[in-house]
Design a protein around this ligand. Structure first.
Ligand code: AMP
Ligand code: MG
Length: 472
């Protein structure tokens, strides 16, 4: 084979109880849709012959040095503990050390059944594969920690959901696929030796300066607090913040029914399965704290002095809301063009958001255009904005270069739902032009790209996507 990946695998050396080793299940007719050259370079992978890459990223050929395995984990799904989940349709091929000396996982998603598939077929259809590829790469370009898309292939086989749909496999790259749920499974089973080995592994891999389980808890808290604030800053709704979809690394993981808001409202929910609004936009900070509490509960099981550990862990978890709030305010200050801090800033932000919610303003376009007429145009009744504006102008008058800060803190382009849906529809019909266009434009979200201005437009009433569905 001329195509090779410089694997350096560590997870496969962990105890066998952590995973099930198995090869991917070959597909009928692999065809390469996308290969991410920039990311490949970072991973020290050089482009191979197209058909060979299609075989590798479909799971039809296992490259030298790969140790394919399905990872075991558990997790709270919508608050209910599920004692065993695991990679039901994914396989970790292995890891590489990038040109930045960072270790990253390379995982096939949609690669066939595993012992953790439960009732599922182990497959993915084209829509969610393209959605995850586009949205995760957009997230990366926005400067938000995330898993990434290395490749996407069509399998040439149907996948049966509502009806027959084209099958696909995504190759996903992550700092690791360690989740809160990876810790939960060993803690819940009372497998303390495994829990300790996992804790040591996670510390070594992600937070080498962390001291012991509670040091790890603190580091995860800090990473997650920053991540959630960053999501809030771009109007992102994850949609399934189950503990198995919460990465220890602080990266965004598992793009299922996720969505970026068009019109701002704090209660926005897209996911068709989130009927109670548990994972609504404005609930995300609380859920992140809840998830951290689950990690704390798991980590504590390995501590000698449980009473002291509970007390210390409680203090760590209880500090998280204020940390998120600090990151949140810093994020929104920047969005308003404020590089310095003043007492009235919080009120300036919350007042604007309240007016936006009441007047159906587009989240992305309002912030991007602050101060310009195009921001005013976002409000059905602009008088609220007009009343708010002088206070903001007086405040930015004490700033050196608010416009430059606004331009680099507020994206012009986000992956809008209706564009994602249109892109998927076109791809199912064999036209990948919208996919390539979205990928290209969203790689530079903070740049004005006048040729693509129509991708900044919110959906027309008949383009609005009312609900999103899990990527199964
Ligand atoms: P998710 O909600 O996508 O994070 O998935 C939750 C669990 O369901 C994980 O254990 C997945 O591996 C599993 N799963 C999701 N879709 C499938 C599928 N099509 N086949 C097998 N397992 C699946
Ligand atoms: Mg998941």
């Amino acid at each position: 084979m001329t195509f090779s990946i410089p694997f350096d695998n560590s997870y496969a050396r962990l105890p066998g109880a952590f995973y099930t080793a198995q090869p991917p299940k070959p597909v009928a007719a692999p065809r390469l849709i996308a290969f991410n050259d920039d990311l490949a370079k970072l991973l020290r992978i050089s482009r191979g012959e197209t058909e060979e890459m299609a075989r590798v990223f479909a799971g039809n050929a296992v490259p030298d040095g790969a140790t394919p395995l399905a990872q075991l984990y558990a997790g709270h799904q919508f608050g209910q503990y599920n004692p065993q989940l695991g990679d039901g349709r994914a396989l970790l091929l292995g890891e590489t050390i990038g040109t930045d000396e960072k270790r990253r996982d390379i995982q096939l998603k949609g690669s066939g059944p595993t012992p953790y598939s439960r009732m599922g077929d182990g497959r993915a259809w084209l829509g969610p594969v393209l959605r995850e590829y586009v949205v995760s790469e957009a997230m990366h370009a926005l400067g938000i920690p995330t898993t990434r898309g290395l490749a996407a292939v069509e399998t040439g086989e149907p996948v049966y959901r509502e009806g027959a749909l084209p099958g696909a496999v995504l190759t996903r790259v992550a700092s690791s696929h360690l989740r809160v749920g990876t810790f939960q499974i060993f803690a819940a089973r009372g497998e303390i030796t495994h829990l300790k080995a996992l804790t040591d592994y996670a510390i070594q891999r992600h937070y080498p300066d962390a001291q012991g389980p509670l040091g790890l808890l603190t580091a995860v808290r800090d990473a997650q607090a920053k991540l959630i604030a960053q999501w809030m800053g771009v109007g992102f709704i994850h949609g399934v913040m189950n503990t198995d979809n919460c990465a220890i690394s602080g990266e965004t993981i598992d793009y299922g029914p996720c969505a970026f808001m068009d019109t701002y409202h704090p209660n926005t929910v897209f996911s068709s399965i989130d009927r109670m609004g548990r994972y609504a936009y404005s609930n995300q900070p609380d859920i992140a704290v809840w998830n951290l509490a689950q990690l704390a509960t798991a980590l504590i099981q390995q501590m000698e002095d449980k009473e002291a550990a509970v007390e210390e862990a409680t203090t760590i978890v209880h500090a998280m809301p204020a940390l998120i709030q600090d990151h949140w305010l810093a994020t929104f200050r920047a969005k308003l063009g404020l590089a310095t801090e003043e007492d009235g800033d919080l009120a300036l932000v919350t007042d604007l958001l309240q007016h936006m919610a009441a007047q159906y303003a587009d989240f992305t376009n309002t912030f991007r255009a602050l101060g310009a007429d195009t921001a005013r145009d976002q409000f059905t009744d602009p008088s609220a904005y007009d009343n708010w504006l002088p206070g903001w102008q007086a405040r930015t008058g004490r700033e050196a270069d608010p416009q430059a800060l606004i331009a680099r803190s507020n994206p012009a382009f986000i992956p809008r739902n209706h564009r994602i849906e249109q892109m998927i529809e076109a791809a199912v019909g064999g036209d990948y032009t919208p996919f390539h266009r979205l990928t290209t434009v969203l790689a530079r979200p903070y740049d004005d790209q006048p040729d693509h201005a129509e991708l900044q437009r919110p959906p027309t009433p008949d383009e609005v996507v009312p609900a999103t569905f899990c990527g199964t």
